[in-house]
Design a protein around this ligand. Structure first.
Ligand SMILES: Nc1ncnc2c1ncn2[C@@H]1O[C@H](COP(=O)(O)OP(=O)(O)OP(=O)(O)O)[C@@H](O)[C@H]1O
Length: 276
């Protein structure tokens, strides 16, 4: 695996999210700093509800209208100011600069458009004058690049005809169609069985490595972090409590919460203490 370069593709400083609801105001993300360099996969780990998804969706401005995202800086490739980008600019940044792979592929796919139409819409949204025949060629190539062996059949079909693993492959193909420099994947293998999980993680990490991309990978699984990421950000109650190269954090965790996360990973051969 090639070493990450010193070229920073994303710099986030003091990111905070506030969500107002009829039940009150919550602050799920508080003062998060984050850097992503070209060629690296950075994992964001932490228990359920600690703010991992909200951090990624806050950067991408994908949170609902009752949320407020503030930051001193969210900068793509040193020259695109995401923090101050308009909704129209964000529509171009998402897809062209940063691809997003969400937890549930069926939530990302449009149930009433064919898969072919969804590739066409992605391309059309970012450049005018896309021809349908050319869009189909690109879509076929993208589906082959994510390991789909009968891409014609998939293109002519609809989301509900796909298995979970196939649907996530299609979402990954759509997310990388415009060659974004960054991929953000939010628990991309939730709900898939273990073999398919490994295939999907191998696929996206390969797409990052082979094409010189970078990735933020949200997971609650330290095993996934150890296998796929170079650096890790540990979150707890909306804040970053620890960050560093994966091996440093695993071998010599500084924060008590990180230690407890590491202790909670079952060891091979360990007897589970389950009451009968
Ligand atoms: N729209 C919302 N309204 C109220 N609270 C919200 C909203 N969205 C998120 N939250 C709260 O913000 C906190 C962080 O949620 P988030 O989904 O970012 O956590 P997470 O670490 O990604 O968890 P998980 O691993 O379960 O996906 C949670 O306590 C959640 O309940």
């Amino acid at each position: 695996m090639s070493a990450p370069s010193s070229e920073r593709v994303l710099e986030v400083r003091n990111l905070a999210v506030r969500i107002d609801s009829p039940d009150g105001t919550v602050h799920p993300v508080k003062g998060v700093d984050l850097d992503l360099y070209k060629g690296e996969i950075v994992g964001i780990v932490g228990e359920s509800g600690c703010g991992k998804s909200t951090t990624v969706k806050g950067i991408l401005k994908l949170l609902g209208p009752n949320s407020t995202v503030t930051a001193d800086k969210i900068e793509f490739a040193g020259n695109i100011d995401i923090a101050r980008a308009s909704a129209k600019q964000m529509r171009h940044i998402r897809g062209e600069k940063i691809g997003f792979v969400a937890q549930n592929p069926f939530g990302s796919l449009n149930p009433i458009y064919s898969i072919e139409r969804q590739f066409y819409e992605v391309q059309r949204a970012h450049s005018t004058g896309v021809r349908k025949a050319r869009s189909r060629e690109i879509a076929l190539a993208m589906l082959r690049s994510v390991g789909i062996v009968a891409p014609e059949r998939v293109l002519d079909g609809y989301a509900h005809q796909l298995s979970g693993g196939m649907a996530q492959r299609v979402v990954i193909a759509l997310a990388t169609t415009l060659s974004p420099a960054i991929l953000m994947a939010d628990e991309p293998t939730t709900g898939l069985d273990a073999t398919v999980q490994a295939q999907i993680l191998d696929l996206i990490s390969g797409l990052v490595r082979d094409e010189g991309r970078s990735m933020l990978l949200v997971t609650h699984d330290l095993g996934v972090i150890a296998q796929y990421c170079q650096r890790v950000i540990v979150m707890y109650a909306g804040e970053v409590v620890e960050t560093g190269p994966v091996m440093d954090v695993m071998v010599d965790p500084r924060h008590e919460y990180t230690r407890s996360l590491i202790r909670s990973v079952p060891k091979p051969g360990e007897k589970l203490n389950v009451a009968r």
